[in-house]
Design a protein around this ligand. Structure first.
Ligand code: 5GP
Ligand code: MN
Length: 340
């Protein structure tokens, strides 16, 4: 039997709201990752099964390697379909906010959700969620929002409405948020849930392959270039940095998601416990941070790059040039030496 995590009262309150309303919108965070997409699609497959009218809205596009996910092509990208997104959010009776803890994570979609009259339910696993929903199903000890969606559906007593497609989406989110079960993945319940998903017919090996073994040639070459030419090691600080400019990205025909996972690679070097990836975007600099063990990458992200996230996986940004972002990073490293 699966251990109980979600508070019974929250389950009952959420179930009552779901029973009452038919017109539902699911929203997830900017630069959607496997868990944002997996949890949103899984929940929408389930809600469709029980007869609801559901639309998924994401602030912007998601990586190529997630495009095989069942029904991902139906997702409405709010940066391309502003009016439709606004209309759907405005007319929704119920809005699910998945895989984010603060409205700023949905960027230009935030004002729409904030002023919507719909009931709002949060399902998320990030620390310290803001209070912007009527019901907050927030459990930071759980490694993915997709796992919470599985738990949520089961606890409502509706396991039978989890289809194979729904199960595939749940598995994808669980897998991608744990680096294919290599971090944040020691809770036995994860493997109980996977066994249930296997019984529902998912092919976990095939899902792994679709996500991690389907890169373009230029993506793999960009990885080689980034590691050979654009990686610095700060031995004294057990830290690594990869930095890429817009020009680098152009040279390798960069497409959304092509640099996903780069930041994890330097952690495979002995003694490196903190890895940072800085990449130039059109109008700002994006920063991804990862750590091994106790080093709080999220504290570094918050204090140095105005961001946040989990202990071992976080992000932030820098307003300025790539060169200045690197200088700012290098200047800040000594301040965290005691924690390394
Ligand atoms: P990634 O490096 O994959 O973009 O992000 C890793 C994690 O860091 C995300 O799951 C999210 O929790 C957090 N994160 C990424 N970017 C930001 C940001 O700009 N602000 C905050 N608060 N969190 C971020
Ligand atoms: Mn997540």
């Amino acid at each position: 039997m699966l251990n109980k995590v979600i508070d019974e009262q929250l389950i009952q309150q959420a179930k009552k709201i779901i029973d009452k309303y038919d017109n539902i919108v699911i929203v997830s965070h900017v630069s959607p990752d496997g868990d944002a997409l997996g949890s949103s699609l899984a929940l929408s497959h389930f809600l469709n099964e029980i007869g609801k009218n559901v639309n998924i809205i994401m602030p912007d596009n998601f990586p190529e390697f997630l495009k095989w996910l069942p029904c991902s092509k139906d997702i409405i990208l709010a940066d391309r379909k502003k009016e439709l997104a606004a209309e759907l959010i405005d007319n929704a009776e119920l809005i699910f906010c998945l895989d984010f803890n603060t409205l700023s994570r949905i960027e230009h979609v935030a004002p729409l959700v904030e002023k919507a009259k719909a009931k709002k339910i949060l399902i998320d696993h990030h620390l310290e969620p803001d209070n912007f929903c009527d019901i907050s199903i927030s459990y930071p000890t759980i490694s993915s929002t997709s796992e919470l969606v599985f738990r949520f559906i089961c606890r409502m007593g509706m396991y039978e409405y989890i289809t194979k497609k729904c199960a595939e989406c749940i598995y994808t989110g669980m897998m991608t948020d744990t680096g294919a079960f290599t971090y944040n993945s020691n809770q036995p319940a994860i493997y109980y849930i996977i066994s249930e998903l296997l019984k529902l017919g998912i092919n976990k090996d095939e899902i792994y392959s679709k996500v991690y073994n389907d890169y373009t040639e230029t993506r793999v070459r960009l990885q080689g270039y980034a590691l050979y030419e654009k990686m610095k090691i700060y031995e004294e600080y057990k830290t690594s940095l990869i930095f890429l400019s817009l020009e680098d990205r152009k040279k390798f025909q960069w497409k959304k998601g092509d640099t996903e996972g780069f930041v994890n690679i330097p952690l495979s070097i002995e003694n490196i416990v903190f890895s940072v990836f800085i990449r130039e975007e059109e109008d700002y600099v994006k920063v991804s941070l990862r750590s091994k063990g106790d080093f709080p990458s999220n504290k570094f992200a918050a204090e140095v790059f105005g961001g946040g996230g989990h202990l071992n996986a976080s992000g932030g940004e820098y307003r300025g040039s790539l060169e200045d972002a690197i200088k700012h990073f290098e200047k800040s490293l000594p301040l965290f030496k005691d924690l390394l």
